[in-house]
Design a protein around this ligand. Structure first.
Ligand SMILES: [Cu+2]
Length: 160
């Protein structure tokens, strides 16, 4: 059954991406990259946008880059940074964010964040809920994580 044999590697790829080992509750690993505690702030009803935060750790010896983000929760997910301009902080879209070798990239309030535009289901942004987000890395490939919705920011975000 040649068609089954051709499908097997694809199936295995799907299964292994679902079984990305959890290094700690809420953390995800792809090769030498680790995604620590992806979370989003609980929002009032009818908020048009949301932001997602996490820390990316690179335990490898080569730089990697976050080059894309996707979620079924929103029509568009963008990578944003905060920049100071004319004495004001404003958001600016970026194409990619570097995750330096033996280093980390933090996504946190008032810094880098993933911006979700055109939310599909606002009922999922209540504390205790979660939704999937796919992170696309230049070298490590795609990694799907579950974003936890929290009422208050995690106190240990990026510190462990
Ligand atoms: Cu933004």
């Amino acid at each position: 059954m040649p068609s089954l044999w051709r499908a097997l590697p694809l199936l295995c790829g799907l299964v292994s991406s679902f079984l990305a080992p959890l290094t700690q509750a809420g953390d995800y690993q792809a090769g030498t990259l680790q995604v620590v505690m992806p979370w989003s702030q609980q929002l009032p009803p009818n908020a048009p946008t949301a932001a997602v935060y996490f820390t990316l750790r690179n335990q490898g010896s080569a730089d990697d880059r976050l080059v894309g983000v996707e979620t079924p929760m929103a029509t568009e997910a963008q990578m944003h940074q905060h920049v100071g301009a004319d004495g004001m902080m404003k958001m600016q879209q970026v194409d990619s964010v570097i995750v330096p070798a033996s280093g980390q990239a933090r996504f946190a309030p008032m810094g880098n964040h993933v911006m979700l535009l055109g939310l599909q289901s606002r009922s999922h942004l209540v504390e205790g809920d979660s939704f999937p987000l796919t992170l696309r890395f230049q070298h490590a490939g795609d990694l799907q994580v579950q974003v936890q919705v929290l009422a208050t920011p995690p106190s240990d975000n990026g510190s462990r």
